[in-house]
Design a protein around this ligand. Structure first.
Ligand code: C2E
Ligand code: CA
Ligand code: CA
Length: 642
């Protein structure tokens, strides 16, 4: 009994468990409302006018006026509800009002029809029966999306109708009442089916929408760190930049790159690498207030969008704080690791106008920062802009250059200070462009590397260096610089090997120098290429040693014969205990690994004295000689070395 009662209550009330169903019901019903009241009032007034002549005015006209006012008020309510934003709560309230008003109006209509029945002739009575039957069918259809109201209207009107016509004893009217009752039952069944289909459809729509929302969320989320991903970053950057342009505010983009992620990943494995990235994401998000939007671009790169960016100083302070936080060691079960990070910033509107420019320039600042001031924040500046323009000019001139004619090599001696003898020369590239004049290799080599034309630059240089060295005494070696790109494909490595073989110069007298940063490119390929060159007889030197972040396990994997300690550790080493210690440990390391060690960039007597103290043997630098032209070499070799 109790459950039957509960079932009836549920059947007759507005469903409240699905907010989307409520909104869909309200929307669907709202479209039928004008039609429903129009049908109702038109047929009411048709009855009122036809009965007006012989029915008391209070019944024929008075009640329809009241009903018209009531329907009018309902229409006003409908209009107001439509103007407001549709929420589940407003939908529920409006449906509940309809649920309440529908039975009341039904009772009024039935009672009014019955009050008119004693007046008029048989036609008029038939009109009343027709009016009631057809109006209820019309209203019923208009109420299909609100099952409870449709049922209450059907039950009230039909019960009144059947009871009243049955009581007249008129067989025609009783037959009509029975027909209407049967039609009503059929309609109730149809209503139940339609309503069920409707709720299922809404349900399916809700599920599809939830699924597509989830897909959208996943497509914009980085699965490892749960931060927004690259796609989300660019979408957000577009939106925020438009807003900044409208509101005339500053907007900064920061790109954060971990300096030593790759070696940690290689050394401890991907599981530690993943945990490290999660921790980095976590630390960064703690330091990013609401106006900073943090995302992971991929790999070990993260990005920030800072709306309403403060002045440059505050921005850089914040960037430095991020770097500092990332430097705090992280303890995992497997190992405690420490990383460093650099941040590059670019600011709208001063230094960039479009999302692409903001991103590229923040990226440029980052990589510039990594070269000059690792582990800190750097802002894209007017100097960087000038550099970009200069590199573009260099690139253009390089593309048009007759490289064979314009490139040349100079040679800097490498001296054995124990034997007081020059043991070799390092070939250094020189470019004299007809449009730009002399361009330093520090400038044009990186441009050629970035633009994929380094092969065309290296080939003539290597040929010229080998041709010059072929004329030197047998015991003098040649050192030649290779770019990573000269080795990162087997074709380019083979091209180098072919030039060496064809030159007739003994490969055993040749040292090929690769920088430490080169091995971070594609270690496997660099390893294969250097092994192939080693088989030819060439020595392999690790250039600029100490400036990169390669792990020792990497160095073991390469067939190295020499290391060259970078100039930055040598300058004033007698005044800088840290540099002194580094050079000392690099010397010990090279001895342990059975490698020769060349100290580069030695300029002064004091540096020389300190290096002698440390037991250095091979020295290269202005102290002995700057790079010289090929034709000066013979004269130089004849001079004694002190
Ligand atoms: P690097 O291989 O480290 O070459 C040494 C650089 O230090 C040379 O600069 C040399 O002139 C300079 N240097 C030598 N001793 C001293 C010194 O005592 N004090 C100072 N301040 N500098 C000294 P350079 O010729 O301007 O070359 C710069 C860089 O360009 C080279 O650095 C190398 O990385 C690159 N490079 C030069 N030639 C080539 C080449 O043929 N191929 C490739 N891939 N890179 C090259
Ligand atoms: Ca070098
Ligand atoms: Ca070097």
């Amino acid at each position: 009994m109790k459950s039957l009662f509960a079932w009836i209550v549920r059947l007759m009330s507005v469903p409240s468990d699905s907010p989307e169903l409520l909104k869909a019901q309200s929307r669907a019903f709202s479209q039928q409302v004008p039609m429903m009241y129009a049908t109702l009032l038109t047929s009411t007034w048709a009855v009122a006018i036809t009965h007006f002549a012989y029915t008391p005015v209070s019944i024929a006209i008075g009640i329809p006026i009241l009903m018209t006012v009531a329907c009018g008020l309902r229409m006003i309510d409908w209009w107001r509800t439509r103007q407001r934003e549709l929420t589940p709560e407003s939908a529920r309230q409006s449906l509940q009002r309809t649920n309440l008003v529908a039975p009341i109006l039904s009772v009024v209509f039935v009672v009014w029809t019955m009050m008119m029945f004693p007046y008029g002739n048989d036609y008029d009575r038939a009109h009343l029966a027709f009016f009631l039957a057809i109006t209820i069918i019309g209203c019923f259809f208009c109420l299909t999306h609100l099952r409870s109201a449709a049922i209450s209207v059907a039950v009230i009107v039909n019960s009144g109708f059947i009871a009243f016509f049955a009581s007249t004893g008129q067989p025609t009217l009783i037959a009509s009442a029975v027909t209407i009752a049967l039609v009503s039952v059929a309609m109730l069944i149809m209503l139940t089916i339609n309503y069920r289909d409707f709720t299922r459809m809404v349900d399916a729509q809700v599920r599809t929408e939830a699924l597509s929302n989830e897909n959208f969320r996943l497509a914009n989320l980085d699965s490892l760190t749960s931060l927004p991903n690259r796609r989300a970053f660019f979408t957000r950057l577009d939106e925020d930049l438009k807003r900044a342009a409208q509101q005339r505010t500053r907007l900064a983009v920061g790109i954060i790159d971990l300096d030593s992620f790759k070696p940690i990943n290689d050394l401890y494995g991907h599981a530690v690498g993943d945990k490290l990235l999660i921790e980095v994401g976590h630390r960064l998000s703690i330091l990013c207030p609401e106006k900073m939007h943090l995302s992971r671009l991929g790999g070990d790169e993260f990005a920030l969008i800072i709306s309403e960016a403060e002045d440059d100083c505050t921005l850089l302070e914040h960037g430095d704080m991020l770097c500092q936080t990332l430097r705090v060691p992280i303890a995992f079960a497997e190992a405690t690791v420490q990383i460093a990070a650099s941040v590059g910033f670019a600011v709208y509107p001063e230094m960039a106008a479009t999302p692409e420019q903001l991103f590229e320039r923040a990226d440029y600042a980052l990589y510039h920062g990594k070269r000059t001031n690792r582990g800190s924040a750097i802002l894209f500046s007017a100097d960087h802009d000038a550099e970009i323009r200069r590199d573009a000019r260099i690139e253009q001139a390089l593309q048009m250059a007759d490289l064979n004619a314009e490139l040349d090599v100079v040679f800097q001696p490498i001296v054995d200070i124990r034997q007081h003898k020059t043991i070799g020369f390092e070939a250094l590239a020189r470019w004299t462009s007809p449009t730009l004049g002399r361009v330093s290799p520090d400038l044009f080599i990186p441009v050629a590397e970035r633009n994929g034309i380094i092969g065309c630059v290296t080939r003539p240089l290597l040929q010229k260096a080998l041709a010059a060295a072929s004329l030197w005494p047998e015991e003098i070696r040649l050192a030649f610089n290779l770019s990573p790109q000269n080795l990162t494909s087997s074709e380019s490595a083979l091209a180098m090997a072919t030039i060496i073989e064809r030159s007739g110069f003994d490969a055993k007298r040749l040292d090929l120098e690769i920088t430490e940063t080169a091995i971070t490119h594609d270690f496997g390929q660099i390893q294969r290429a250097t092994e192939m060159l080693r088989v030819l007889g060439c020595g392999i030197s690790l250039d600029d040693f100490g400036t990169g972040y390669s792990s020792l396990s990497h160095l073991h994997g390469l067939p190295l014969t020499k290391i060259k300690v970078d100039r930055s550790f040598v300058t004033n080493l007698h005044h800088r205990p840290a540099s002194y210690k580094i050079v000392k440990s690099l010397l010990a390391l090279s001895r342990d690994m059975g490698l020769d060690c060349v100290i580069e960039g030695v300029e002064t007597k004091e540096e020389m004295a300190a290096l002698r103290n440390l037991g250095c043997i091979m020295i290269q630098g202005f102290y002995y000689s700057p790079p010289m032209a090929e034709m000066e070499i013979m004269t130089y070799l004849e001079m004694p070395i002190t």
